[in-house]
Design a protein around this ligand. Structure first.
Ligand code: ADP
Ligand code: MG
Length: 246
């Protein structure tokens, strides 16, 4: 099993509050690893520490074996840490295709891997169509973002992340605010992506989590209280008490 991401002993306090407290976990190729836990457990803080906008007090992060703990947000993205952008970062008056193209151009402008060498327009167009197809947005590719459903916008955000050719995706509540259809579409999208791009998934929708995740880690008060396959987590007494409310 190829390990893509490893975090070891990550900690972050806000004053006296330990938002994350000695958190360690790994993400393997082909896997969705879900991170669940009650509100305030530290899930977003952990994602922020991995993405780089929150500086940890302690701990290390390695991406494909390389230590990225000291890198900036931009350098981590360049190294292959993919994440979705907030809705507000999509240009609302531009089409889905134009938005993805901006992300793809940012990738082409960077000097490594495929696009750096072959940044011809046709290559860029093909790449944009490829990721729009990945998120099933080809039929709405030329619709302005402002006219798209919430779920479709969210899929465009994923397409923008994919256009950067990430080694993994960090997703913080991708189903939040989506209706049943949007949640189902996002679940299907993540299921299709995972063999290509491993995903660290923070999500409250337990149906989606149990459908998608190969492993689940449970965060409570900043600490991982259980980690394992869905069947084990579902029946873990400590998890049921602390999180599933039983
Ligand atoms: P989750 O995403 O699991 O709901 P968060 O990581 O957002 O939890 O928050 C974990 C804890 O850290 C919460 O108690 C939250 O109030 C606190 N927290 C998060 N960010 C900050 C901050 N910038 N300053 C102070 N406290 C924070
Ligand atoms: Mg959060």
């Amino acid at each position: 099993m190829t390990e893509v991401l490893r975090i070891t002993g990550l900690a972050k306090s806000f004053g006296a509050l330990k938002a994350t407290d000695d958190v360690s976990l790994t993400l393997n190729a082909g896997e969705i690893h879900a991170l669940i836990g009650p509100n305030g457990a530290g899930k977003s803080t952990l994602i922020g520490q991995i993405a780089g906008w929150i500086v940890p007090d302690a701990g290390t992060i390695t991406l494909e074996g390389a230590d990225i703990t000291g890198l900036s947000v931009a350098a981590r993205a360049k190294a292959g840490l993919g994440r979705t952008f907030q809705v507000s970062t999509l240009a609302m008056d531009r089409t889905a295709r134009q938005n993805v193209r901006i992300a793809a151009q940012a990738r082409a402008g960077s000097s490594f891997r495929f696009w750096g060498q072959v940044a011809q327009d046709q290559g860029l167009r093909d790449a944009v169509d490829q990721v729009l197809g990945d998120v099933q947005m080809l039929d709405q590719a030329d619709t302005p973002i402002a006219e798209l459903s919430h779920g479709a916008r969210r899929r465009v955000e994923v397409a923008c992340a994919l256009a950067l050719e990430p080694k993994l995706l960090l997703l913080d509540e991708p189903m939040a605010g989506l209706g049943q259809d949007g949640t189902q579409e996002m679940t299907a999208l993540l299921a299709r992506l995972k063999s290509r791009i491993p995903i660290l998934l923070v999500e409250h929708d337990m149906d989606a989590v149990f459908a998608l995740a190969g492993r689940i880690s449970v965060l409570v008060n900043g600490a991982v209280i259980a980690s394992g396959p869905p069947d084990v987590i579902r029946t873990d007494p400590a998890v049921r008490t602390a999180y599933l409310g039983e």
